[in-house]
Ligand binder design. Structure first.
Ligand SMILES: NC(=O)c1ccc[n+]([C@@H]2O[C@H](COP(=O)([O-])OP(=O)(O)OC[C@H]3O[C@@H](n4cnc5c(N)ncnc54)[C@H](O)[C@@H]3O)[C@@H](O)[C@H]2O)c1
Length: 386
């Protein structure tokens, strides 16, 4: 850091500082095995404390092992279980975490908060950790596919506010992320498919190899709850690809981001259809609409567009295009223009695994794309289910 008087302006100083961001993601086989050091590494261990927030479903399944883990390590743990689900990603959950944290004093540096759960839980806990005493370190253990390949991978935290998704949040790098694929074994099929939607997004916009892998082995991986076959290869490639996109632009200084593919027209969709639509499902609808927009612009070959639709059908994802309402999509785009500082920056695929940004999308082309997509989707019956 430097604080220098400005030579040309007496009585004014300029502060410039750089802070290094460094965190690691590592695969951890059986993270709750008392022999496994991963949960405690990077902090004080025997005789120390940990504030642990865990998704209530994960608590039901693994709570006893989690408690036994800390007990066997001589670490005093306060374990708070919170419900997952988008409807619980709110100020009340955030405040509950902060109140419980305030009642369980922990060191500010060497007793990291531990978040074990899906994207909702890790987003809420990451945000609370970033606020409490202006920032406590935290560790994320994703337990959903969405968390494993996306929500736990980057540095964004957030809660829904004022009817808007993720309207409050922070950039808060975790200290580490522990990836234990076994935890996915108990996920409901719909939540597995929800996570797959984000992997499809990534494949279409920036990784043709991942797309091939999904075509060949995605349905089998899904059917095994990502426990068998090519599952590990798909997950590794998805996490690596996500990091390649996020790492050079962690704080989103560049607002034209390929990983925003699927996150333009979908904005607000899952809040509007809270009872029927999960995050990944909304993203997939946007991916498909954007794919058709790209085709109709002549940016994407029709054969590639067909491959995307065929993969979606092959994976049994069953998106419902009738939920795409052009007027709402247009409103979502207008909101994204604020978010993207005055630009549309709509990511569109130009081939499988390649991206361009559009800044001139107009309402009639959204309408036409939705109509075309709805018509085409009826020609692709799902052939794989899990
Ligand atoms: N921070 C980011 O960069 C980022 C990126 C992508 C998504 N997200 C956020 O992630 C959220 C969605 O995450 P999600 O799909 O994980 O939802 P979620 O956290 O609500 O979890 C889905 C369901 O699975 C249950 N569950 C969790 N782990 C389980 C397990 N191992 N076995 C059985 N059930 C389990 C939960 O209780 C919940 O009912 C959205 O709010 C989205 O905005 C954030």
């Amino acid at each position: 850091m430097s604080a220098l008087p400005l030579a040309h302006a007496p009585g004014q100083w300029r502060v410039a500082a750089t802070r290094r961001i460094e965190y690691e993601l590592r695969k951890a086989d059986d993270v709750f095995d008392p022999q496994n050091d991963a949960l405690l590494a990077g902090g004080r261990s025997r005789g120390s404390r940990r504030f642990v927030v865990i998704d209530d479903q994960v608590h039901r399944l693994h709570g006893a092992r989690v408690a036994a883990y800390f007990q066997s390590r001589g670490v005093q743990a306060r374990i708070l279980a919170l419900p997952g689900g988008e409807e619980h990603k709110d100020e009340a959950a955030w405040r509950r975490v902060l109140q419980a944290l305030d009642a369980f004093p922990i060191h500010r540096r060497d007793e990291p908060v531990i978040a074990i759960g899906g994207g909702v839980l890790t987003d809420v806990v990451g945000f609370a950790a970033s606020c409490y005493r202006r920032g406590l370190p935290h560790i994320k253990v994703p337990t959903t596919l969405m968390g494993y390949v996306d929500a736990a991978v980057g540095i964004k935290t957030g809660i829904n506010f004022n009817g808007h998704k993720n309207r409050l949040g922070s950039f808060e790098p975790p200290r580490r992320v522990l990836l234990d694929r076994r935890l996915l074994a108990t996920l409901a099929p719909r939540h597995l498919r929800n996570g797959v939607c984000e992997i499809v997004k990534l494949a279409v916009i920036c990784d043709a190899g991942l797309f091939d892998l999904l075509e060949r082995s995605g349905a089998d991986a899904l059917a095994s709850a990502f426990q068998a076959g090519a599952s590990a290869a798909i997950l590794d490639r998805a996490v690596g690809g996500m990091l390649r996109e996020l790492a050079p632009n962690l704080y989103e200084d560049d607002l034209a981001r390929a990983v925003d593919f699927g996150h333009t027209f979908s904005y607000g969709l899952e809040m509007r259809h809270a009872a029927t639509l999960l995050h990944g499902e909304a993203v997939l609808l946007d991916v498909l609409a954007s794919t058709v927009i790209a085709e109709r612009r002549g940016l994407l070959a029709e054969a590639d567009g067909e491959r995307v639709l065929a993969l979606v059908a092959r994976l049994g994802l069953q998106p419902e295009p009738r939920l795409l309402e052009p007027a709402h999509m247009w409103q979502a785009l207008l909101d994204r223009i604020e978010h993207r500082n005055g630009h549309q920056h709509v990511p569109l695929p130009t081939a499988i695994g390649a991206c361009a940004f559009a800044d001139d999308v107009v309402f009639p082309e959204i309408e036409a794309a939705v109509a075309a997509l709805t018509e085409r989707m009826t020609g692709h019956e799902p052939i794989a289910q899990c």
